[in-house]
Design a binder for this molecule. Structure first.
Ligand code: DSN
Length: 424
């Protein structure tokens, strides 16, 4: 990657042990660092973890096994790791107000599977949001183990508004009597009505799980309502808007604590990844600071600025806008598919992902939408003005018909902008 002339190459790895022992791999990581530094990253599920989080995530505590839970391990030598795990748990409780916390699930899918394992028998009925309308694979997609081992009933969006229709979710629940109802999404640009989900779950006697992986950072920073008072179980990854390492947290009411812990270990996993537990503890301490609330609020303000900019350029947005950290663009009126546009934007220095839109006629491999998110560049310090520039650049790429000369011009501009916003 060519760096702008004014910006020196970053020598982070130049003298590291990795450079000496494996220069090939070190060179690849240096390239990746440059990519992250000089491209505008708009993947809604990504972020920049702080240097402190990254330091903890590669610390010496990775060297040990710790099957079990603090105070009840199957190995000696747990004097320190018990304190680390208890610290992470205490901070999660303080941040989210949860009664019980498990920080061992290796990532989001295992966290969600632990909930299935804790509460369901194979074949039980689950009501979750369909993947094609913005749900997650583990909410019952046929491609996931959840869609193979359980009887899945899926809810979707209202065809007119593209918003969740709680009356129809309630009807499905009354008809199918699910044992588990899942709220949460990977591509829905609006807040969820947790009280409505709770009322539906209570009416049919279901367990309510909220997967807040995408918006956990907004919840932590007070920019999104919290599902914790409403849900039996809340799962989240720690690396999206929460800005931590790649891990997960499962929170639940005290009455479900033993079931959840048993499902995570020994139900699904062996030893926890202790260095990730340590990095989660650091993440949660960062999220408890006042500046994290500023970041969370700015994530929403920036996504709104991006949405308004795109609307001004004639783009159609699913639900017409956003009130969280993501924007879902329906490209059908622009006569271009998501995949070639995402590839062209990447060449222009704008990293996005192609995404299905509700009732997409095109296949998931080349759908009609583009998903954009604000967390990464909000962490870098972008405000509304920068996000409006992003909307202008996307429009220029589309209006040019993906012209290489225009893309090359924009690549210079995006690199120059990134140079003014340091990466942690
Ligand atoms: N794959 C994640 C995303 O991009 O939204 C969800 O786990």
């Amino acid at each position: 990657m060519n760096h702008p002339a004014a910006v020196p190459a970053i020598p982070t790895l130049a003298t590291s042990p990795l450079t000496r022992t494996d220069p090939q791999l070190a060179a690849l990581l240096a390239e990746e660092e440059a990519r992250q530094r000089f491209k505008i990253r708009l993947i809604a599920s990504e972020n920049y973890a702080s240097s402190a989080v990254r330091e903890a995530s590669s610390s010496v505590i990775t060297n040990q096994y710790s099957e079990g839970y603090p105070g009840a391990r199957y190995y000696e030598g747990q004097q320190i790791v018990d304190q680390v795990e208890r610290l992470a748990i205490a901070r999660a409780k303080a941040l989210f107000g949860a009664e019980h916390v498990n920080v061992q699930a290796h990532s989001g899918s295992p966290a969600n599977l632990a909930v299935y394992l804790a509460f369901l028998k194979p074949g039980d009925t689950v009501l979750g949001m369909q993947l094609a309308h913005g749900g997650h694979l583990t909410h019952g997609s046929k491609a996931s183990i959840t869609g193979k081992y359980w009887n899945i009933v899926s809810y979707g969006l209202d065809p007119q508004t593209k918003l969740l229709d709680y009356a129809s979710i309630r009807e499905l629940a009354l008809q199918h009597k699910p044992r588990l109802i899942i709220a949460g999404h990977s591509a829905y640009p609006r807040q969820l009505d947790f009280a409505a989900f709770r009322a539906i779950a209570d009416e049919v006697g279901a367990i309510l799980m909220v997967d807040m992986a995408h918006f956990a950072g907004l919840v932590a920073g007070g920019a999104h309502p919290s599902p914790v008072p409403y849900a039996d179980v809340v799962t989240t990854t720690t690396h999206k808007s929460l800005r931590g390492p790649r891990g997960a947290i499962v929170m639940c009411r005290a009455e479900h604590a033993a079931k959840i812990d048993k499902a995570v270990f020994p139900g699904l996993q062996g030893g926890p990844h202790n260095a990730i537990t340590a990095a989660i503890a650091v993440t949660l301490q960062e999220a408890l600071r006042p500046e994290f609330a500023t970041y969370a609020g700015q994530c929403v303000a920036n996504a709104r600025a991006l949405a308004h900019g795109l609307l001004d350029h004639g783009f159609n947005l699913v639900t017409g806008g956003t009130d969280n950290h993501l924007v879902l663009v329906d490209l059908r009126n622009k006569g271009i598919a998501g995949k070639p546009l995402a590839a062209a934007l990447d060449r222009a220095g704008l990293v996005t992902n192609y995404n299905a839109v509700p009732w997409d006629e095109q296949p998931p491999q080349n759908p009609s939408g583009l998903r954009l998110g604000s967390p990464s560049m909000t962490t870098r310090g972008f405000h509304e003005a920068e996000f409006r520039r992003i909307a202008d650049w996307i429009a220029r790429v589309v209006d040019s018909g993906l012209d290489d000369k225009v893309i090359a011009e924009i690549a210079v501009e995006t690199q120059a902008l990134c140079a003014g916003f340091p990466m942690p």
